[in-house]
Design a protein around this ligand. Sequence first.
Ligand SMILES: [Zn+2]
Length: 251
Amino acid sequence: MTTFRLLRRIVLACFGLALVAIMSMAGLLAFPQPLYAYHVGQGRLHLYSDRPFNELAGRAVLADVEGRLAKAPAGFRDDVGVYRIFVTNEEWRRRLVFLWNGGAAGVNYAPVGGVFIRQSDIDHNQVLKADATPVPEPRTLACYAGHEIGHSLISNHIGAIANWRLPAWQREGMADYIAMGGIVDVDALARARRSGEVDLDPKRSGNYALYRLLVAFLLDKEHWSPDELLASGMTLTEAEKRLDLSLPSGP
Ligand SMILES: [Zn+2]
């Protein structure tokens, strides 16, 4: 065998192995149920966990999520898809399904599969931080699940490519708006932002309160439709400027 043919075989073998690995991973993310021994379903929503949980508490979480999705803007709440939430407590399992999103609390690989949430106390509707203390209200487990499923509602409504091209503040802000059941206190969040609260600085807080504020401001106060907003291409800077102009002057 010539060196060239040998090299070609090695390259083809590597390519084949990489393809098998990618297909296996996609299959795992699309059908991860065997990794989660505990499950409860209610209507179109399903909750899975790698640890036991109280069935009634699980159903209450699902009812909470459904209530949030039912209040999503028209065109989004009509989505009747089946959604699966996988609560992932064990560290090896979390590393496996979160892939490069290791620092995230939740991840959604739409349109491939379900949504994954990091370690949580389902019985108390809480997501747990790395030190096992609960994330404070209003960011409950139902809220996180609503956020991740919200990404699917957005993607299904505007298309996967348009969703992928959205500015991060619109994509995350709209998902958070859906997660909150559309109930966002724009004035309180605007005051918090003006006073420099860490929570309203995504870079320092790691959360999306600012993006949620901007989306809620444009939808609820400026009366944009969600479709207008998501097609606008408005940058974060432009949205912040628009919010600042609407705020009354003064401290
Ligand atoms: Zn998100």
